[in-house]
Design a protein around this ligand. Structure first.
Ligand code: GMT
Length: 374
């Protein structure tokens, strides 16, 4: 198949899923055309089946906000016309789904059929999408898509709850490449950070409010009172200055390492003992899956799709959002010498259920189902 993929090219959930899916489909012989405003972060190699089409957004003094959606729509029309795409797969509803639908309409006037599949990822539904500023467009784009998928049952439920959806939704969970995400021997790194064999807690995210990083800090501060421990914070975003200040106030700055955005996050996950994800909402929790693949048990909230990934008392524990006390107790329990190896093994076993080779065929099957309907 010749497949167009529209996504955000940045670090972070939906862009990573879209890029990894495209790479896996290309390896299976499909021709993949990424359409986005810059080279996707994980697309830094050559593959004969992968093409990249940059969306150019002309500036003009009249525009206070550059009309990205229109430039993207025009690019989709251009690519679909010249490449004869079999389908377009857009990741994240805003503004990719509506751009895809408009492009499909324009192409139809030229006699070109372009089926559009929309994958909803989380905040496009639970936070941003349901805002009245976007809701009518998101509803329309979902209902007019030729196929719609969500990354968890929970997100499917949220979509029906927040929007008047008349469209069927297929759940296809996120996935992990276990050949990349695996526990590696990084003893020198562990020794440098934890010279006295401290326990190592880790959190990776885009440092947005929804991640509740203040809970990560609160959990760590309490754990550290009871056992020697260090904390690694990977990623960056708007909450970082506030979190740095909080660490200073709690006088734990020397035990908290801000590592910024990292390409090879699996290398630091490889030395961690516990992954913390206390999010307010989380449609799937890809970062937690990456940790589990590196044999790191997860302490998470029970929001959104997290219970579909993290299994209570098996791969880690789930607490109510904001229940720091419970998260501290559960963290200390897992860190006991007799428990940690069991939780580590369980986390890896669970991650194997989301191996990329198991999930990509679900997308291929879904593409075929949608194309048959048209
Ligand atoms: O806020 C983020 O974590 C980024 C966001 C995205 O769309 O890039 O992540 C969402 O999509 C990921 C991939 O499907 C999911 O694993 C995340 O759970 C989801 N984030 C939220 O729901 C907050």
């Amino acid at each position: 198949m010749r497949i167009g993929i529209v996504c955000y090219p940045t670090f972070g959930g939906s862009g990573v899923v879209a890029t990894e899916l495209g790479k896996a489909l290309a390896q299976k012989g499909h021709q993949i055309h990424f359409i986005t405003y810059s080279q996707p972060v994980r697309l830094d190699f050559f593959n004969e089946n992968i093409y990249y089409h940059e969306v150019y957004i002309p500036s003009y003094p009249l525009f206070q906000h550059a009309p990205y959606e229109l430039a993207l729509t025009s690019k989709i029309v251009d690519v679909a016309t010249n490449i004869e795409l079999d389908l377009l797969h857009v990741h994240y509803a805003i503004p990719h789904a509506s751009a895809g639908i408009l492009a499909r309409q324009i192409l139809a006037t030229k006699g070109i059929i372009l089926p559009v599949i929309t994958t909803l990822h989380g905040t496009d539904i639970t936070l941003v999408g349901k805002d009245p500023s976007f809701e009518p467009v998101v509803t329309h784009s979902i209902n007019l898509s030729d196929g719609v998928t969500t990354v968890s049952e929970s997100l499917k439920k949220d979509t029906f709850a927040h929007f008047e959806v008349t469209q069927e939704i297929e759940v296809i969970p996120n996935f992990i490449d276990l050949s990349k995400f695996k526990r590696q021997k990084k003893e020198h790194f562990k020794k440098a950070i934890c010279p006295n064999d401290e326990k190592l807690l880790i959190h990776t995210s885009n440092f947005r409010k929804v991640k509740r990083i203040e809970d990560v800090i609160a959990v760590f501060a309490e754990v550290k009172k009871q056992i020697p421990a260090k904390l690694l914070l990977v990623g960056d975003g708007p909450e970082r200055p506030k979190i740095e200040q909080l660490c200073r106030e709690l006088e734990i700055s020397r035990c908290v390492h801000f590592l910024g955005k990292l390409d090879a996050v699996e290398e630091v996950l490889s030395v961690a003992d516990i992954f913390l994800m206390p999010s307010e909402t989380e449609s799937f929790g890809l970062a937690a899956l990456e940790a589990m693949a590196c044999e790191v048990p997860v302490i998470s909230s029970n929001a959104g799709g997290l219970p579909e990934l993290n299994i209570q008392g098996v791969t880690g524990f789930l607490s109510n959002v904001g229940d720091v006390k419970d998260m501290v107790e559960k963290t200390l329990f897992i860190l006991k010498d007799e428990n940690l190896p069991i939780f580590r093994a369980n986390a890896l076993a669970r991650a194997k259920e989301f191996e990329i080779s198991k999930i990509v065929p679900l997308y291929e099957g879904y593409y075929e189902k949608v194309l048959e309907r048209i």
